[in-house]
Design a binder for this molecule. Structure first.
Ligand SMILES: Cc1cc2nc3c(=O)[nH]c(=O)nc-3n(C[C@H](O)[C@H](O)[C@H](O)COP(=O)(O)OP(=O)(O)OC[C@H]3O[C@@H](n4cnc5c(N)ncnc54)[C@H](O)[C@@H]3O)c2cc1C
Length: 466
């Protein structure tokens, strides 16, 4: 072995091995042969060169929230970036430099110190890296764009172990591909984001309605938010009311619907805009109030604990007629597990004003984004029932989808779904970029875009190869 990696290495049997290989999804139980924990970009580069020379399968661990568990690989090398969690905010330049292993909670906190933010994930423990590379959807997306839309540059370790910059000026093809193309093109050791003025107080929270109102509520919400200003980020969550103190006792454990809102504009204007929702029903629980943006970002942390079994899928909707709402509710409630959440989000706003071809991520005109998040306590006996529920639900909603997928939210659904995320032309462009930056598919443990040669060899998607 000529390549030298001098950073921290954790092997089976070492103290902390089991804790370190754990990911968010408790269904994943993979045992890497080595976990390499570099602490800077040079060590990351050395680790990549080492793994390539050793011929080891390589996975990249950002925040470990990918539902497929692609952050860890059986018998291979897990490149664990969690020590690269530095955050530097430059308020004068409205920039934040964020390490490739950081999570959203600390980024939100550090930027909000200066009344600034970048669209972040809706759960604070999610990794910045995987989320951003998959485009990044959050409550601020209608006013600030997707997370990847705020990227100014990235420091990237390539498959051959070089450290390069990806920006509009330097390696623009790589910069384009990394904004939505996932972890296929290199290891990002640092992101530089442009920041937006947000809060620190926003109007946020949740209105919770009993399940028998879900159908009417979704239709009411759909009509109300259709012309909403960009300040409003909102969605409807079909859930089971938790056994929490704020929920009236008879509603606990029953199907329910929550409208979650984040109004990042004038608070009084937001109150006026949301008043009809408060009159509708009225809600059993009204938690909407002025609150710090960082508090909104923590709203759904509790119902998303690590270690549960998870099976997820997702689709963009092209339209949401009454018939689709009726089908959704009939199929989704009650769910087999009280932890399952079906989340319908409004699109549009700043997301839709970025050109479809400006970034690898497309889907910018889709009016709704629907997440099917199956989650249940860690008991394999429950797996099949819960997985079947999500698959049946996703199948039932197909007539209203755009036909494209959202890679941040789907499980292992095959190459066809990865191709469908981009459409044939963009997929071919991504493959051409993959051919340049990772021709031997070193970065394959992800929602993989294989190099064109591999696709041809496998006989899949051959018609799309550029
Ligand atoms: C509780 C929860 C809430 C979520 N909320 C949102 C949300 O609000 N919005 C949204 O858009 N998505 C959301 N997601 C989905 C999330 O964006 C994806 O699962 C994403 O992949 C997670 O990133 P991670 O770094 O934590 O993942 P990991 O599991 O660590 O990584 C997933 C893949 O990303 C790649 N990767 C990770 N780090 C790097 C890096 N530094 N360089 C190169 N490639 C890398 C690798 O290919 C890796 O296999 C959520 C997921 C969970 C579990």
């Amino acid at each position: 072995m000529t390549q030298q990696y001098d950073g921290l290495t954790i092997r089976p049997g070492d103290h902390g091995y089991d804790e370190t290989r754990r990911v968010f999804n408790g269904m994943i139980d993979r045992r890497p042969e080595r976990i390499l924990r570099p602490s800077n970009a040079d060590e990351v580069a050395a680790a990549v060169r080492w793994a390539v020379e050793a011929g080891s399968p390589l996975s990249v661990y950002g925040g470990g929230h990918g539902v497929t568990g692609s952050a860890v690989v059986d018998g291979g090398v897990c490149l664990d970036l969690r020590a690269l969690d530095g955050i530097e905010v430059r308020p004068d330049e409205r920039l934040a430099r964020v390490g490739g292993g950081a999570t959203w909670g600390p980024v939100d906190a550090a930027t909000q110190e200066f009344g600034l933010a970048v669209t972040g994930g809706r759960v604070t423990t999610t990794g910045v890296a995987g989320l951003t590379l998959g485009s990044g959807s959050g409550w601020l997306e209608r006013c600030c764009g997707l997370t990847c839309d705020s990227l100014v540059s990235m420091q990237v370790v390539t498959a051959d172990g070089r450290i390069v910059t990806a920006s509009a000026e330097e390696n623009p093809d790589l910069f384009w591909a990394l904004r939505g193309g996932g972890g296929n093109f290199g290891v990002v050791t640092e992101f530089t984001f442009g920041l937006h003025e947000v809060g620190p107080l926003v109007l946020g929270g949740m209105l919770l309605y009993p399940g028998f109102l879900t159908r009417d509520l979704i239709k009411f919400w759909r009509d109300l938010v259709q012309d909403a200003p960009d300040a409003l980020g909102s969605g409807v969550a079909l859930i089971t009311a938790p056994p929490a103190e704020f929920v009236p006792e008879p509603a606990r454990g029953q199907p329910a619907a929550g409208v979650i809102v984040c109004w990042a504009g004038d608070i009084d204007e937001g109150q006026r805009f949301l008043a009809p929702l408060r009159d509708f029903g009225p809600p059993a629980v009204d938690l909407v109030q002025p609150m710090p943006y960082t508090a909104v970002q923590q709203l759904i942390d509790e119902p998303n604990p690590a270690g549960m079994h998870n099976y997820w899928s997702g689709d963009f909707l092209a339209e949401l007629p009454d018939e689709a709402v009726d089908r959704l509710v009939a199929q989704a409630q009650p769910a087999p597990s009280p932890l399952t959440q079906i989340i319908l989000l409004q699109g549009g706003g700043a997301v839709s004003r970025v050109g479809e071809d400006e970034t690898a991520f497309g889907q910018r005109q889709a009016p709704y984004n629907l997440h099917y998040l199956g989650m249940w306590p860690p008991d394999h006996a429950e797996d099949q029932r819960n997985i079947a529920f999500i698959r049946d639900l996703a199948a039932a909603m197909k007539p209203w989808t755009t036909g494209n997928a959202y890679l941040n939210f789907i499980g292992e659904e095959g190459l066809g779904r990865v191709e469908a995320a981009f459409g044939p032309e963009k997929f071919a462009r991504l493959q051409a970029i993959k051919d340049v930056w990772d021709p031997t598919n070193v970065f394959r443990h992800n929602q993989n875009i294989p190099p064109s040669r591999e696709t041809v060899a496998a006989g899949a998607g051959a018609g799309t190869v550029g």
